[in-house]
Design a protein around this ligand. Structure first.
Ligand SMILES: [Zn+2]
Length: 465
């Protein structure tokens, strides 16, 4: 294992981990000696440390039982999108409910090995929450720098795990500069994702797990903030190939939100230099990064894998979030829901119906501020008038299963006269939102495509109100 410059090839001591080459300023990366002759056998429990033979060496392995997360077969979601095989890598199941627990396990272990007592980390949220928990476990002090815009749930986690929290800058780019300066001043352990190449090593284990749980999918979709995650997963799959464990590799798809898409812009405009975003904005705070420090890595992963980069809007991602929750029972954060929003745009065009797809669900929606706000608002404004809400309830019932008038009346709690029920049904029939057919001597009702669209529109409206 070496720590090597990706530009000039110079090598450096493995630790302390540093991000830049002292000779040319290029990015540093850990490289393991991989060859087909090296027989690797993963052993132990299906958790993060199962892969320690392919990670930079550690003496004191800190763990809260991270990794080994479920690869969720999303059958209902797949059907609604028109795809045969869709899996969600459910990283919300980690100890602090995000994929960053993998990185926190490796970083705190390394800090303990190096006898550092304080970690510093600039973060959009998830890594801060993870590091705060793991630092608590390891008895370290965790100094977190967060921008003004940060998800409240993540902030609550940092607080409860007793991190020292400093607010600096509007968005995370500014917090990162502060973390760099503070490291120089104090000599604290640098645990910011963009400044510590161990993070890439930790996150690549997601690829190993997917490989063990399913194999290599045709496509792997992830959202992009700094660009480090897509690069990590791609590195993981490539290493498996170098070891001769697989012949195939996935095509990598990187997704960003329209209001903050510097990597997609750089990629699609074939720029040689990173595009700058002057006024970035998205509700997916986890990927609100104006100047992605690992954008080059991300673009390399997409190009090498013959993958794609695309944007989705905030509302497309929010709708996807509702869909993931309703069809699969999973509460994903906005940044990860963007992967499903992107997938919907690509099925039939770029992605074939019979191809396998894995989407990375990086963290839990419970942590995100605006999701919580939207849902409480939704609760408050649930009555868009009684008329609409009865019809909406009927459409909802019919969207699950065809049924007949009397059954609908029962399912609505028998609160209305049956005449009123039939009045509503007639109006829905007239508008083409439902159709009727005969079965077993009964008049059954069925929601139409138009009806399904109307139902989605109603739900979206409520969120916006
Ligand atoms: Zn160099």
């Amino acid at each position: 294992m070496t720590l090597r410059c990706t530009r000039c090839g110079s090598t450096f001591p493995l630790y302390p981990p540093r991000d830049k080459c002292q000779k040319c300023g290029g990015a540093l990366e850990y490289k393991i000696n991989l060859s087909r002759s090296r027989k690797i056998k993963f052993s132990g429990e299906m958790r993060f440390w199962r892969y320690k033979t392919l990670l930079p060496p550690v003496q004191n392995a800190i763990s809260l039982r991270e990794g080994g997360t479920l690869l969720h077969k999303a059958e209902r979601l797949a059907e609604s999108i028109g795809l045969k095989e869709l899996y969600l890598k459910d990283e919300t199941r980690n100890p602090t409910n995000s994929f960053r627990d993998r990185a926190a396990a490796l970083l705190t272990s390394n800090a303990v090995d190096l006898e550092c007592d304080t970690l510093i980390c600039a973060t959009n949220g998830n890594l801060g929450a993870s590091l705060a928990a793991y630092s608590a476990k390891a008895g370290l002090i965790c100094h977190v720098i967060v921008p003004k815009l940060v998800d409240v749930g993540k902030l609550a986690q940092m607080l409860i795990y007793d991190a020292v929290i400093e607010e600096f800058g509007e968005i995370v780019d500014e917090s990162i500069h502060r973390a760099e300066a503070l490291e120089k001043e104090t000599g604290w352990y640098q645990a910011t994702a963009e400044l510590n190449p161990l993070v890439i090593e930790a996150q690549k284990t997601i690829a190993y797990e997917v490989y063990e749980q399913f194999g290599v999918p045709n496509w792997f979709i992830t959202s992009m903030g700094s660009g480090g995650t897509i690069h990590s997963v791609w590195k993981g799959f490539k290493e498996l190939k170098q070891l001769g464990m697989t012949e195939s590799l996935p095509k990598m798809i990187g997704v960003q939100l329209e209001g903050c898409a510097p990597i997609v812009k750089t990629f699609s405009e074939k720029r040689s230099k990173q595009a700058k975003i002057s006024k970035p904005s998205t509700h997916a705070l986890a990927v609100l990064v104006a100047n992605p420090l690992q954008g080059e890595f991300a673009i390399k992963a997409i190009k090498e894998s013959k993958g794609l980069a695309l944007t989705v809007s905030d509302s497309e991602s929010f709708n996807a979030e509702l869909q993931i929750a309703k069809l699969e029972g999973m509460f994903a954060e906005p940044a990860s829901s963007a992967t499903i929003a992107a997938l919907k745009k690509l099925v039939d065009e770029e992605i074939g119906k019979n191809e396998s797809v894995v989407c990375l669900i990086t963290g839990s929606g419970l942590k995100a501020t605006d999701v919580l706000q939207a849902l409480t608002k939704k609760h408050k404004t649930a009555g868009l008038g009684l008329e609409l809400s009865t019809k909406e309830k009927m459409l909802r019932i019919l969207s699950r299963k065809d049924t007949y008038g009397y059954d609908l009346w029962k399912k609505l709690g028998k609160t209305m006269t049956r005449a009123a029920i039939y009045q509503h049904l007639n109006e829905l029939l007239e508008r083409g939102l439902i159709v009727a057919y005969e079965k077993e001597g009964r008049k059954y009702l069925k929601i139409t495509k138009r009806g399904q669209r109307a139902l989605l529109a109603i739900q979206e409206l409520k969120v916006l109100l």
